[in-house]
Design a protein around this ligand. Structure first.
Ligand SMILES: [Zn+2]
Length: 383
């Protein structure tokens, strides 16, 4: 398909086939919907969005019970739920979920930052919160324990029909102008290409600590250690990366930072409860860093949520157990600090609306985000 599209583009056929694609899309997307219009939300200067990949409510209970700890995220003043569906599908993958959380649009599983009816972005693609922030001159960052080409980080810095298009994703990241992109190393991200794009390439904690505000940085760290609660083999932890990212991004312009702990999902696929709870603890450590900054700053919105639940964890006797190795469609936790009215306590909102509320909290209007599309192409409004 990609080859055909490229060929068609060269022949100038795109304009001719667009009406056909439009007609097809109308068949499965007849009922459009308008972007939600929440009341006037408290305005903030900075946003830190923390995503626990695969983290459901029962992951929290299992972690607290196993580790004998309380969770910092549960001290946040607003607590609700987030509905995680993909376009026309109750159980999402991380790519469609990242698109909803980043771009305010539900799309097809496997697609990143593109509309479900235009996955090759022939006509347009939805901009992400990262790009929206950059348009205003805000600082931006993407920090993850996953490969930097993973679905969740890529949803915040790429637009492509398939999450597996790693070379395409890397090329887009290198030309993205995002101030920092840090995560696990991967074979598609080459030091020379990163440097040619104006980024400082870093691969150790020592190099990370040496980065200053004038440098854009691309972090490729050791994926064997990056998920842990301790710094091992000169590999930073998620909370150390979060501390440094905030330090670099904080300034007059304001910033948007996405922080993801990917391994809550990864270890849940394998039903490895011991490593999952360590990952969740480190995710909570990163949340604590974000909240410390937000409390001191007084003008920062901190959002904690997941992209979906993984493992269908259920209560069994007096504990919690995995009942699957896949994603489930249950609502996931949503915690908010720094806004009195982002949600009401106990409220459940859609994944795509969460990003729209974030944009509104930063003062972006309905005209600015999400980008308007023809009504027959409008986003799927299924619960
Ligand atoms: Zn997964």
């Amino acid at each position: 398909m990609e080859v055909i599209i490229q060929f068609a583009k060269r022949l100038g056929l795109v304009k001719r086939i667009l009406p056909i694609i439009t007609a097809i899309s109308m068949l499965f997307s007849l009922v459009g919907g308008l972007a939600p219009t929440p009341g006037a939300l408290d305005q903030v200067k900075n946003v830190i969005l923390l995503i626990g990949d695969g983290m459901g409510e029962n992951h929290l209970k299992l972690a607290k019970q196993s580790l004998g700890i309380e969770l910092v995220m549960e001290t946040m003043p607003l607590r609700g739920q987030q509905k995680t569906a993909a376009f026309g599908k109750a159980v999402t993958d991380s790519a469609a979920a990242a698109t909803a959380l980043a771009c305010g649009v539900r799309t097809l599983d496997g697609s990143l930052g593109v509309y479900p009816y235009d996955i090759y972005a022939l006509e347009s693609y939805p901009i992400s919160l990262t790009e929206l922030a950059m348009q205003r001159g805000m600082k931006t960052g993407v920090v993850t324990t996953d490969s930097t080409t993973g679905a969740t980080p890529s949803g915040f810095c790429a637009h492509t029909s398939k999450r597996g298009n790693a070379a395409d994703i890397v090329a887009q990241q290198i030309s993205s102008d995002i101030d920092l992109i840090w995560g696990s190393a991967n074979s598609k991200t080459e030091q020379s290409n990163v440097q040619a794009g104006g980024y400082t390439y870093i691969s150790t904690y020592t190099e990370l600590m040496a980065i200053n505000k004038a440098q854009k940085s691309f972090g490729q760290f050791n994926g064997n250690f990056i998920w842990q609660t301790e710094n091992n083999e000169n590999t930073p932890t998620l909370s150390q990366m979060t501390t440094k990212a905030i330090d670099l991004l904080d300034g007059d312009e304001g910033f948007f930072l996405m922080v993801e702990h990917d391994h809550i999902d990864g270890f849940s696929h394998g039903n490895d409860a011991d490593k999952m709870v360590i990952s969740l603890q480190e995710f909570d450590n990163a949340i604590a860093v974000a909240l410390d900054f937000a409390q001191a700053d007084g003008n920062t919105l901190v959002i904690v949520t997941a992209d979906h639940e993984t493992g269908a964890i259920q209560p069994e006797g007096d504990t919690y157990v995995y009942t699957s190795g896949s994603h489930s469609g249950v609502d996931v936790p949503l915690f908010v600090y720094g806004s009195s009215n982002f949600i009401k306590n106990g409220q459940a909102i859609k994944n795509k609306d969460l990003s729209i509320y974030v944009a509104r909290s930063l003062g972006f209007s309905a005209e600015e985000f999400p980008r308007k599309v023809p009504i027959y192409w409008a986003d799927n409004q299924a619960a």
